[in-house]
Ligand binder design. Structure first.
Ligand SMILES: N[C@@H](CCC[C@H](N)C(=O)O)C(=O)O
Length: 290
């Protein structure tokens, strides 16, 4: 970790909040311990995750995508772990690039560990992301809260999600720790778990416990997984009907609109806001280095 000052910004998408580290040339070493400290809400800046903003050509994990996408979202969870994708993060990442004058309003491509994502920054301020095709793993998994086990619908949006339908969002429990799931071998690296209730036609509400971050006020990939699972529960399969289906997904931090297309591709639309910027005191990083 260099001892020179490091610039940061803070942003959120439906209150899923991120520390943003602009680092075009990939010169900032961000070990898990440093990420965890920066995301700490008492001893650091605070965030559900961290967005390391790097040119694809400068990052070994993104070099192959550089011809398609100039920028790579090197996403980390609050505990410092790496994840393949972050839906709210991509919108906030795009908002930062736009606000910094690095991209214009309109269309752009962002490289992620889950592949290149197409992003559209609209005039009204909302951002739409083509999240790629959902996958529906068929393993039988159960999630247990307060002694009651329920089956999940498994949806992979680049990262893994286990969706549980409940009668009341209070049935998710306190979510202070990760809900138990079984068999553990289905998700050896952990899983994001969503609890969902119906609110009306094509309208659901959810809470989420995120792998590596705990309960968050929103999860973009989670909202996509929930919309896909809700459509199946409602007997709607865009692949069979040949028509896209859109769900409104309410989360504690706001609302996301999710559309699943007949070919399995999923689009997500929602807000993204930058709220602050400044410099990290190098002393903070030296205390946690290693
Ligand atoms: N909040 C994100 C998802 C972040 C990654 C997740 N915790 C994981 O480990 O897969 C979103 O908005 O999608």
């Amino acid at each position: 970790m260099s001892t020179s000052q490091i610039a940061f910004l803070k942003g959120h998408g439906t209150e899923n909040d991120f520390v943003i580290i602009p680092d075009p040339d990939n010169g900032t070493d961000l070990p898990a311990s440093v990420v965890a400290r920066l995301c700490d809400r008492r001893a650091g800046i605070g965030g559900d995750g961290l967005l390391h903003v790097v040119r694809s050509a400068a990052h070994p994990e993104a070099r192959a995508m550089a011809a398609e996408a100039e920028w790579f979202m090197d996403y980390r969870n609050a505990d410092g772990s790496v994840a393949e994708m972050c839906g709210n993060g991509v919108r906030v990442f795009a908002r930062h690039l736009q606000r910094a004058g690095l991209v214009a309003e309109g269309d752009l491509a962002v490289a992620t560990r889950g592949g290149v994502k197409r992003v559209h920054i609209a005039g009204d301020g909302d951002i739409t992301v083509s999240m790629g095709k959902r996958v529906l793993p068929q393993e039988h998994v159960t999630v247990t809260v307060d002694g009651r086990s329920r089956p999940t619908r498994n949806v992979n949006m680049g990262n893994p999600h286990a969706v549980v339908f409940v009668e009341d969002l209070a049935h998710a429990g306190d979510l202070y720790s990760a809900p138990e799931f079984a068999p553990a071998a289905v998700y050896p690296d952990g899983v994001n778990i969503e609890f969902v209730v119906g609110r009306g036609p094509r309208h659901v509400a959810m809470r989420v416990h995120e792998r590596g971050s705990g309960e968050t006020r929103s999860c973009g990939t989670g909202a996509c997984a929930v919309a896909v699972a809700a459509a199946r529960r409602d007997g709607v399969d865009p692949e069979l009907t040949g028509s896209p289906v859109t769900y409104r997904v309410d989360l504690p931090g706001g609302t996301l609109m999710i559309t699943e297309h007949p070919d399995g591709a999923v689009d997500m639309t929602g807000p993204a806001v930058i709220v602050a910027e400044g410099f990290i005191d190098p002393a903070l990083l030296e205390t946690v280095h290693g």
